[in-house]
Design a protein around this ligand. Structure first.
Ligand code: NI
Length: 243
């Protein structure tokens, strides 16, 4: 009987440690263990050179999907440019939509081929995820990109090393209204307006294909109008970096 309890206690301890280690990557997605130098490789916001500048970048993740077409429509009506971080497997489904994104003058970034948890992937596997997607972007649009956005915003050391080797820039964000988990479009616009500062990178989603993005679509013209009223103008991520 006593042995049984010991066994149970040991197993519980193991479970607690396992859960802690597993959640660590989500609690601290950019672990401090990596140090300042590697942290600086990740772009979250660009400090304006001139304090009068009020540029911001709208970014859309997880497309291309049918929703991308509707987002393009809004962006075209408002005459602004955005940046789309696309998933290789979604390009397979809708290469013509990605072509449309490029033809309308928006920037395209790489959001890996399968959108997997990359925490424990080797550098070789991560390089494959990025390079396969690069090739698909090139096939669909004739364009090349230097921008990578990590799935789930995770930055393991292997990703930092790989993007450095490939001479690509990791792009994160500093304004996240979590549009993927709300149906409340006003809330999306409100969070953006509350958190916005000059040089911000705003995270929104136009995918994945199986999820409803109506709230994002409804929020988009609202937040564009409000930001413009406050004197903000919209640029692509590369324009924001190279201003
Ligand atoms: Ni994503």
């Amino acid at each position: 009987m006593k042995e049984k309890y010991l066994y149970l206690a040991g197993f519980s301890l193991f479970l607690v440690i396992f859960i802690f280690l597993f959640s660590y990557q989500f609690l601290f997605p950019t672990s401090n263990v990596l140090g300042e130098a590697t942290q600086n490789q990740i772009v979250r916001r660009i400090e304006p050179i001139d304090e009068k500048d009020k540029f911001v970048a709208l970014t859309f993740d997880d497309g291309p999907t049918d929703m991308t077409v509707q987002i393009l429509q809004v962006l075209s009506e408002k005459q602004i440019k955005a940046t789309f971080f696309v998933i290789g497997e979604n390009i397979d489904q809708s290469p013509e939509i990605l072509k449309q994104v490029a033809e309308q003058g928006h920037e395209i970034g790489n959001h890996t081929n399968t959108h997997s948890f990359i925490t424990y992937l080797s550098q070789k596997k991560i390089a494959q995820e990025i390079l396969i997607t690069d090739e698909k972007i090139f096939q669909a649009t004739g364009m090349q990109t230097k921008l990578v956005r990590s799935p789930y915003g995770l930055y393991p050391i292997n990703l930092l090393k790989t993007t450095q080797l490939l001479d690509m820039q990791l792009i994160s964000w500093n304004v996240d209204p979590e549009d993927w988990q709300t149906k409340d479009s006003q809330k999306i616009a409100d969070v953006v307006m509350k958190e916005i500062t000059p040089g911000s990178i705003i995270l929104l989603h136009d995918g994945p294909p199986d999820l409803d993005r109506q709230a994002t679509l409804t929020a988009l013209p609202i937040l564009i109008d409000q930001l413009q009223q406050q004197g903000y103008s919209f640029v692509t991520v590369s324009q924001l970096i190279n201003q």
